[in-house]
Design a protein around this ligand. Structure first.
Ligand code: PRP
Length: 213
């Protein structure tokens, strides 16, 4: 029986871009372009099956092996450190992890800094490298509200265009970690399906203008 490559795609605009790259690499699955609410699409002729997954969950599917490969942001890989292979920087979904606060905010180093974020681990390691005492407030979204309402002094969050900060009278204090989408693979499935995965890796590398060795 032909081996199937199971691919976890991050649902949304980034995932659509990623699918187009996989399609160009010869793993097309036309039914995925039909606009419906299905989550699984399969093309047995090309030995490929795609799942639409919440972007922050892609690494879980890959780590557990129900997906052989997937595409996850570097932010998620740094925050959750899943036990997967990081095969390739796809050079898309680019943004930065940054500290931001109200315009003109000045850090008083004699006081504990309160930091609101979805990215607890990333924020802790950023501040511990500076020996700065912080109090983390973990939020799940709309992080920008925290300094405006006085819930925190600053936020650690993703900045892409900067529009969200600007429209809420906040500003970047420091961008400290560039983020982009990465191709990841399950470690044991990689051995079992190495031919298929190497093939896709070589083609995607070519597409983003890198050497495919
Ligand atoms: C992310 C991030 C910022 C925004 C940055 O939020 O948390 O809020 O995008 O983008 P910008 O610099 O282009 O404005 P997301 O849309 O993922 O929603 P969230 O509120 O659930 O984090």
């Amino acid at each position: 029986m032909q081996k199937m490559l199971n691919v976890a795609l991050p649902k949304g605009r980034l995932g659509e871009k990623v699918y187009d790259m996989f399609e160009k690499a010869g793993f097309e699955c036309p039914s995925i372009k039909e606009n419906n609410r299905k989550l699984i699409f399969e093309n047995p002729e090309k030995s490929v099956r795609y799942f639409w997954v919440k972007p922050s969950d892609v690494a879980i599917y890959v780590e557990r092996g129900v997906a052989d490969v997937g595409v996850a942001g570097k932010d998620i890989l740094l925050e959750y450190t899943p036990d997967v292979y990081e095969l390739l920087d796809l050079n898309i979904g680019k943004c930065d992890m940054a500290v931001a606060g109200k315009k003109g905010f000045v850090d008083d180093r004699n006081k504990t800094l309160t930091v609101a974020t979805k990215f607890t681990k990333i924020a802790k390691s950023y501040y511990s490298a500076q020996g700065r005492d912080i109090d983390i407030i973990h939020l799940n979204g709309s992080i920008e509200l925290a300094p405006i309402l006085g819930l925190s002094d600053v936020i650690v969050d993703i900045v892409e265009t900067g529009t969200t900060l600007k429209e809420n009278d906040l500003e970047v204090i420091e961008k400290f970690q560039p983020i982009s989408a990465r191709l990841i693979a399950n470690k044991s499935n990689f051995k079992f399906k190495s031919k298929l995965i190497e093939q896709i890796l070589a083609d995607l590398s070519k597409q983003i203008g890198k050497k495919d060795d």
